[in-house]
Write a protein that binds this ligand. Structure first.
Ligand SMILES: Cc1cc2nc3c(=O)[nH]c(=O)nc-3n(C[C@H](O)[C@H](O)[C@H](O)COP(=O)(O)O)c2cc1C
Length: 217
C-alpha cells in the first residue's frame, strides 16, 4: 500500500482527531513518516531553536519489550506520587497482556537533545501538528505519556542507540484505526475575561458573551 493522501482541512482534522487505541493490521508505510515529521517541524518554535529530534520505532516486538519495561516504572511512579489514575486504573499496568502501545505498529517519539526552557513547549506543539496531519491522512494517533519513564532511562536509551542527553517528551503511536473512536467530551472554555466587554441590548453582557463561544464550524 502506498502513502495516504490528505483528506481534510485543518479545522476538520481538529474536530476529527481522537486518541485511537484500536488499530488494524495495516502497517504505516515507512515513506509516510517523513510527511508526519514535516508537519511536526512546521510548529512554532521559541527563539527559532527547533530543539526537536525524533525516534521512530516500527517494530512490534521492540514496542512490546518497551511496553513491558515501561509498565512497572509507571506503576512505581504513580504509587510513589500517591496519585490515583483516572480513566483506566493502575491495575492495568500489572496485567501481562496490556500493551501500553495498544499493538500499534509505529511509535514516534518527539524529544530534545538540548533542553532550553521552552523546548518542552516546542515539542508539544510539534506533537499536535503531527497528530493533526496524521488525522487528515486517515491515520490514528495517541500520546503515550506512560512510555516516558522507560524512554528516559539511560539503559533504554543505550539499547535504542540514542544519545544520553536526549530527553523524550512526546511519544505518539500511529496506525490505521480499526473501527470508529467516539469523541471524548470537553468542558466549555472557561472565559475569565474578554475585554472590552460587549454590551448588547436586551441581554446581560455575560449572557451575550457566553453565547458567542459556541462556534459553528
Ligand atoms: C500528555 C498526555 C499523555 C497521555 N498519555 C496517555 C497514555 O499513556 N495512554 C493513553 O491511552 N492515553 C494517553 N493520553 C491520551 C489522553 O487520554 C486523551 O488525549 C484524552 O483522554 C482525551 O481524549 P481525545 O484525545 O480522544 O480527545 C495522553 C494525552 C496527553 C496529552
Amino acid at each position: 500500500m502506498g502513502q495516504p493522501t490528505v483528506e481534510m482541512s485543518v479545522c476538520q482534522a481538529i474536530l476529527a482527531r481522537r486518541s485511537v487505541r484500536n488499530y488494524s493490521a495495516r502497517e504505516v508505510d515507512r515513506s509516510t513518516v517523513p510527511m508526519l515529521l514535516e508537519a511536526a517541524v512546521c510548529a512554532p518554535t521559541a527563539l527559532h531553536e527547533e530543539p526537536w529530534a525524533f525516534v521512530i520505532i516500527q517494530d512490534k516486538t521492540m514496542l512490546r519489550r518497551l511496553s513491558d519495561r515501561a509498565k512497572p516504572l509507571v506503576e512505581a511512579e504513580v504509587r510513589s506520587a500517591g496519585l490515583k489514575r483516572t480513566g483506566h486504573g493502575l491495575d492495568i499496568f500489572s496485567s501481562p497482556d496490556f500493551n501500553i502501545f495498544y499493538d500499534a505498529g509505529t511509535l514516534i517519539v518527539i524529544g530534545a537533545i538540548s533542553m532550553g526552557s521552552l523546548a518542552v513547549a516546542d515539542c508539544w506543539l510539534a506533537a499536535e501538528n503531527l497528530m493533526l496531519a496524521a488525522c487528515a491522512m486517515g491515520l490514528g494517533t495517541c500520546v503515550i505519556g506512560s512510555a516516558l519513564p522507560a524512554l528516559n532511562i539511560a539503559e533504554v536509551k543505550s539499547e535504542l542507540g540514542l544519545p544520553e542527553k536526549f530527553s523524550a517528551i512526546a511519544p505518539i503511536i500511529v496506525g490505521y484505526p480499526s473501527g470508529e473512536t467516539a469523541p471524548s467530551s470537553r468542558k466549555a472554555p472557561v472565559i475569565l475575561a474578554h475585554l472590552p466587554r460587549q454590551e448588547l441590548a436586551g441581554s446581560s453582557s455575560r449572557q451575550a458573551e457566553a453565547g458567542e463561544y459556541h462556534a459553528d464550524w
